[in-house]
Design a protein around this ligand. Structure first.
Ligand SMILES: [Zn+2]
Length: 112
């Protein structure tokens, strides 16, 4: 399972946010679970046996995130990245389980 791409994506997201919000105070906190859920969705994708259209994918992500404890970190250049790496490993099993359960719910009750 690839480790680096997810972390690079998380870091890119922070930098993009910084640029977008330059006019006001910069929001540097983020629920790392969101990135983990997206990553698991990317990896498991079709194997979830659930429709993966935009609506269903977002429903699965939201459902999974509501089952998972939020894990906020303050991004400080490299600092939060190693922390994210540790958290990612700690929570990967929980995230997978939550995504699987969420996919089951969405499969049974699709909103389209
Ligand atoms: Zn769908």
């Amino acid at each position: 399972m690839p480790v680096r791409p997810a972390l690079d994506t998380a870091r890119e997201k922070w930098y993009k946010k910084d640029r977008r919000e330059r006019s006001g105070p910069v929001k540097r906190y983020e629920n790392m679970m969101e990135g983990f859920v997206e990553e698991v969705l990317d990896i498991m994708g079709d194997s979830l046996g659930c429709c993966m259209c935009e609506q269903c994918r977002n429903d699965v992500a939201a459902h999974a995130l509501n089952q998972l404890p939020p894990r906020y970190v303050v991004s400080h250049m490299g600092g939060a990245i190693s922390k994210a790496d540790t958290m990612r490993i700690q929570h990967l099993t929980d995230v997978r389980t939550a995504v699987l359960q969420a996919a089951q719910v969405v499969k049974e009750h699709p909103r389209h």
